[in-house]
Design a protein around this ligand. Structure first.
Ligand SMILES: *[C@@H]1O[C@H](CO)[C@@H](O)[C@H](O)[C@H]1NC(C)=O
Ligand SMILES: *[C@@H]1O[C@H](CO)[C@@H](O)[C@H](O)[C@H]1NC(C)=O
Length: 362
C-alpha cells in the first residue's frame, strides 16, 4: 500500500478515492490484524480513552471476547444476519444490559415481589382489536404487504439513550412523533428528556413504563421540540412548569394492547402508525447486529427488557418477512440505527406481546 504519487491537486477526488479504497481494504482484512491493533483502531474510531493501563488491559480483554464472537458468527455465515463491532464492543453483557435498555411492564405495587406481581397480574385493558385505529370505522382497512413510515416522512432522526435505561421514553416519543406527522402533516422531533424528567413515579434511567410515558405525553398538552429541551442522558427536575405546552405536538389518550404473539394484530397497528413495543434484547447478537434479518432463539421474548418502535414491516428478496425497528442506540448501531427482525417464524424476540400507541382521541 505504498503512497501513489499524485501529480496535481486536480486529483483531489482521486486522492480521496484512494484513501477510501485503502480504508476499505484495511477494514476487510481487519480480522487478521493483531487484537491490540484492532483495539487501538476501534478506540480511535469511537473516541474511547481509558483512565489508566489497568483499565485499558481490562477493557481489551472484554473487547477481545466480543471480537471473537462477532468474527465467529460472521465467519460461520449461516445466519440471516451479520454482526459488527460498534461503540458497545468494550462492554460486558452485564454492563451493557444494565445501562442501555429500560423496559418495565407496568409498575409493581409496593411490597410485592416480581414473581408475585407477574403471577397475579392480568393486563388492565386488553384491547379489542376491532377498536384499534386500523379498524376505527368498524371495517378492515386495506393492509399493505409492506409499510415503511420512514419513506412517509413520519420518523425523526435516530437518537441515543446513552448510558440510561430510558428506552421507554424514546419509544413513547417516537410513536408520538409518528402520529403527529400522520395527523397534522408536521414532523416534529420531540423531547425525550421532558418525558424522562416529568413522567414521575418510578420511571427513571433504571427503567420505566411506556404507557405511563404516553399518559404524560397526552397530559403535557404537547411535548417541547427536541432542541428546546435537549437530552442529557440523566434524569433531572421536570422543567415543564417553565415551558408552555407545544400545541402543534399535542396528542390524545394512549392505548395499549396485549397481543399474545399475534403478529397480524401488530401488523394492523403498524399499518396505521408507528407503534412502541417491548422485546427482549438480551442476546449479545442483538447488541452487535449490523445487517440482514435478525432472528432470536425460540426462548427469546420471555424476558421483555427493551422498548423500541416498529416503523414498518416487509419481506426481503428471499421472502424472509421482517419488522423494521427504530432503536435509540445512535446511528453506529445496526443499519444506521435500525434493525430488521424476523416476522412470521417465531424468532421475533417477543415483539408482538405488548404494543403502545397514542391516539388523537380527545
Ligand atoms: C452455524 O455454524 C456454527 C459454527 O459452525 C454452529 O455452531 C451453529 O450451530 C450454526 N448455526 C446454525 C443456526 O446453523
Ligand atoms: C370487539 O368490539 C366489537 C365492536 O365494538 C364487538 O362487536 C365485539 O364483540 C368485541 N369483541 C370482544 C371480544 O369484546
Amino acid at each position: 500500500m505504498a503512497p501513489i504519487p499524485i501529480l496535481s491537486c486536480l486529483c483531489g477526488a482521486l486522492l480521496l478515492l484512494v484513501f477510501v479504497v485503502a480504508a476499505v481494504v484495511v477494514d476487510a482484512t481487519a480480522p487478521s490484524l493483531s487484537l491490540a491493533a484492532r483495539h487501538e483502531r476501534w478506540m480511535a474510531k469511537f473516541g474511547r480513552a481509558y483512565t489508566d493501563a489497568d483499565e485499558k488491559s481490562r477493557r481489551r480483554e472484554v473487547f477481545a471476547a466480543n471480537v471473537q464472537h462477532v468474527d465467529a458468527v460472521n465467519r460461520a455465515g449461516n445466519l440471516t444476519y451479520t454482526l459488527g463491532l460498534n461503540q458497545f464492543s468494550d462492554l460486558t453483557d452485564h454492563e451493557f444490559l444494565e445501562t442501555h435498555l429500560g423496559y418495565r411492564y407496568q409498575l409493581r405495587p409496593e411490597g410485592q415481589t416480581d414473581d408475585e406481581f407477574l403471577k397475579g397480574n392480568t393486563p388492565v385493558a386488553p384491547v379489542n382489536m376491532s377498536k384499534a385505529p386500523a379498524l376505527r370505522n368498524g371495517q378492515f382497512r386495506y393492509m399493505p404487504d409492506s409499510v415503511d413510515w420512514r419513506t412517509q416522512g413520519a420518523v425523526t432522526e435516530v437518537k441515543n439513550q446513552r448510558f440510561c435505561g430510558s428506552c421507554w421514553a424514546f419509544a413513547a416519543v417516537a410513536a408520538t412523533e409518528g402520529l403527529v406527522k400522520i395527523g397534522t402533516g408536521n414532523l416534529i422531533s420531540m423531547s425525550e428528556q421532558q418525558v424522562l424528567d416529568c413522567t414521575g413515579g418510578t420511571n427513571t434511567c433504571s427503567g420505566g413504563d411506556i404507557n405511563a410515558a404516553l399518559r404524560y405525553v397526552a397530559a403535557s398538552g404537547g411535548l417541547q421540540p427536541e432542541a428546546a429541551y435537549a437530552y442529557s442522558g440523566q434524569q433531572g427536575a421536570c422543567r415543564s412548569g417553565g415551558v408552555r405546552p407545544n400545541s402543534a405536538a399535542s396528542v390524545g389518550a394512549p392505548r395499549w394492547a396485549r397481543l399474545y404473539g399475534d403478529e397480524g394484530a401488530l401488523q394492523e397497528l403498524a399499518a396505521s402508525q408507528p407503534v412502541a413495543v417491548a422485546l427482549e434484547a438480551t442476546d449479545p447478537d442483538f447488541r452487535h447486529y449490523r445487517s440482514g434479518v435478525y432472528a432470536g432463539s425460540s426462548s427469546c421474548g420471555q424476558r421483555l427488557n427493551h422498548a423500541v418502535t416498529v416503523v414498518g414491516y416487509g419481506a426481503d428478496g428471499g421472502g424472509q418477512q421482517y419488522w423494521v425497528l427504530k432503536n435509540q442506540w445512535g446511528t453506529g448501531w445496526g443499519k444506521g440505527g435500525y434493525m430488521r427482525v424476523a416476522r412470521g417464524n417465531g424468532a421475533n424476540c417477543g415483539i408482538a406481546t405488548y404494543a403502545y400507541y397514542p391516539t388523537m382521541d380527545s
